[in-house]
Design a protein around this ligand. Sequence first.
Ligand code: NAP
Length: 276
Amino acid sequence: MNSICFPDGTRVPVLGQGTWNMAEKAARRAEEIAALREGVALGLTLIDTAEMYADGESERLVGEALRGLREQVFLVSKAYPQHASRDRLAPACEASLRRLGTDRLDLYLLHWRGRVPLSETVEAMENLVAAGKIRRWGVSNLDAADMRELRAAGGMACATNQILYNLTRRGPEYDLLPWLADEGIPVMAYSPVEQGRLLDNRVLREVAARLGATPAQVALAWVLRQPQVMAIPKAGRVEHVRENRRAADLPLTASDLAELDAGFPPPQEPTPLEML
Ligand code: NAP
């Protein structure tokens, strides 16, 4: 599978696995764990979770799913904004590590911007790197102006910005994606199939039918069409994981992309970053 390169040279696969809404229903737990493990076996070794998801239960589920697999995986978790302070980030990180059953995160993200000054969050993140609790840090849901402020606040080591980006959410193409590309910061696209709402779209279905692919595969291949953008679809079903894996090998031609542009027009003006 293609990979993207973080600023420190570490490579991760372009396609990973999300975990929001996992661990919400006991009856689904076994299949969600099986889906994550199947994904790792298929090379989807980038796994994204957060202390927020299912109030910590998603991290516990990920920890269970990764038993015996931890060394193969690039593990990402996220801290609530109110925990991203000098005093609170380290205990929040410890709690995440405990729930995940691991001794370090490969990447730790500020989930969204809150009231804690960015300079303080940067300092708290760097302290966790120095302590060996996290390998690197990044942010999520920060728009272009926030990213510039982060840089000015000393956040030169920011490894990624995890943002809402899919065919129906193309706003970041106007200014945020070009800025991140110029700065060499890779993008992690979340909700890449718009939580499933995108998959009935007529244009998407037509392109998929012509390619002998599924709408989810085309939506994912579209996100992955550009360098330095990865996608983290959440799939709690093994068959969805297998289907999504094949998206990483689906080429889209210029005419496929033009058809998708006609159905999902790119932004013509600055658009505030949306979040789910
Ligand atoms: P998503 O990945 O766009 O969509 C997930 C939904 O799509 C699930 O209902 C899943 O069903 C379904 N699905 C997945 N693959 C499919 C396929 N091949 N065919 C049909 N349906 C399919 O939405 P998301 O979960 O919001 O986003 C992905 C991840 O990004 C999250 O899980 C989370 O890790 C992260 N995220 C981060 C933020 C943030 O603020 N940083 C916000 C939202 C999400 P099944 O589960 O039944 O397979």
